[in-house]
Design a protein around this ligand. Structure first.
Ligand code: ATP
Ligand code: MG
Length: 350
């Protein structure tokens, strides 16, 4: 079996952490029955520099024929004032692959307990997933209008869009504690009333899972007060944007959090949740764990390679546990030293 991974390293620390993750992937997949080929393509600011646009046609074609896509990070001050920004390239990529679901697993490994802004007894064992609808809702609804004295946006959902994201959430829950929490504002919003009805309907298709509901304001408090209470949170675009950034504060660094986006085409995109971190780019000091865990998610979700995915996760956490920490975690380890330590751990296990 052969699988093609399209690699979009991007900008800032993107190429550094991508190189780390690829080294790990190459070691770990050596003995696999699946042969992986990694194909690098221009994307983001790097593509603006090399071919004048953030999402060249050759990159689009490569993505459309990929089995999965790994993305580093895009953007930076250099491209803030161009017309066709790196961020527009990312929106175009999401659109091309019809990526309707953004998934952010939030875990706080024990080694990070004292980095978290939340007390240890509250945060210990936190392990949940936020499933955010990505292609509809407030960010895309029409009409929208900005005048001198008034403005409005439209929060629009079709039941088919809700059904699709709900099914994704329940499928993820089936591989976990089977508890789906649907977050809405059904006491006020019409879209949320529809959201809740469809959630109840989809729940009937997954009798092994439970469904509960919570208002978004209450969920925002609970994420801080009792993050262990959650398993799978599913919510609309706007609420998901806010809650997932809130939740990303829990581990005390952005440098350890991966994400996945799933689409109608079956081609998924895996990337760290953080940006290109231009402030530390080129210094060999970025934390590559976010990218390594994105690669691990890819092995697990796109290819069902659970054991290899676990091995990457365990090697990352054990390396941090052993005291090798990058500067975002108050340590002095370089990106490359951390990467070599992870690789040694993986090879030591074999
Ligand atoms: P964007 O607008 O693209 O989301 P941002 O302005 O939110 O970007 P990030 O690039 O995510 O900013 O960086 C926020 C802070 O976190 C920066 O100080 C950056 O150095 C730090 N940071 C982000 N990712 C990492 C990482 N992998 N390792 C170390 N530090 C990181
Ligand atoms: Mg940001």
């Amino acid at each position: 079996m052969e699988k093609k991974i399209v690699v979009l390293a991007g900008d800032g620390i993107g190429p550094e952490i991508m190189a780390s993750a690829l080294e790990v992937l190459e070691v770990i997949t050596q003995k696999s029955e699946v042969t992986f080929t990694f194909e690098a393509h221009d994307f983001g600011g790097a593509a603006i520099d090399s071919c004048g646009e953030p999402f060249p046609k050759s990159t689009l074609e490569a993505c459309e024929s990929a089995d999965a896509i790994l993305l580093g990070a895009i953007g930076g001050p250099k491209w803030e004032n161009v017309e066709n920004t790196p961020e527009k390239g990312l929106l175009a990529l999401r659109k091309a692959l019809k990526l309707f679901a953004n998934i952010r697993p939030i875990t706080v490994p024990d080694v990070l307990l004292d980095r978290s802004p939340i007390k240890e007894e509250i945060i210990k064992g936190t392990d949940f997933v936020i499933v955010r609808e990505l292609t509809s809702g407030m960010y895309f609804g029409e009409p929208r209008f900005l005048g001198d004295t008034e403005a409005y946006d439209t929060n629009y959902y079709h039941e088919a869009e809700i059904r699709q994201i709900m099914r994704q959430a329940f499928k993820i829950a089936q591989g976990r504690k089977k508890q789906v929490l649907s977050v809405d504002k059904a006491n006020v919003l019409a879209t949320s009333k529809l959201w809740r009805r469809v959630a109840e309907e989809v729940a009937l298709e997954f009798p092994d899972c439970t469904l509960s509901h919570q208002y978004v304001d209450s969920a925002a408090m609970k994420i801080i007060q009792n993050p262990r209470a959650f398993d799978v949170i599913v919510t609309e675009n706007l609420f998901g944007d806010i809650l997932s950034d809130e939740a990303s504060v829990l581990p005390g660094t952005l440098g350890v959090l991966p994400s996945a986006s799933y689409g109608e085409t079956g081609i998924a995109l895996y990337e760290p949740i953080h940006g290109s971190a231009p402030d530390i780019a080129g210094q060999n000091s970025a934390n590559p764990v976010s990218m390594m865990l994105s690669a691990s998610l890819m092995l697990r979700q796109s290819f069902g390679l659970e054991t290899m995915a676990d091995q990457i996760e365990e090697a990352c956490f054990a390396t941090m546990e052993a005291g090798l920490l990058t500067s975002d975690l108050g340590g002095t380890a370089s990106t490359s030293a951390f990467t070599q330590a992870v690789i040694q751990r993986i090879q030591g296990e074999e």
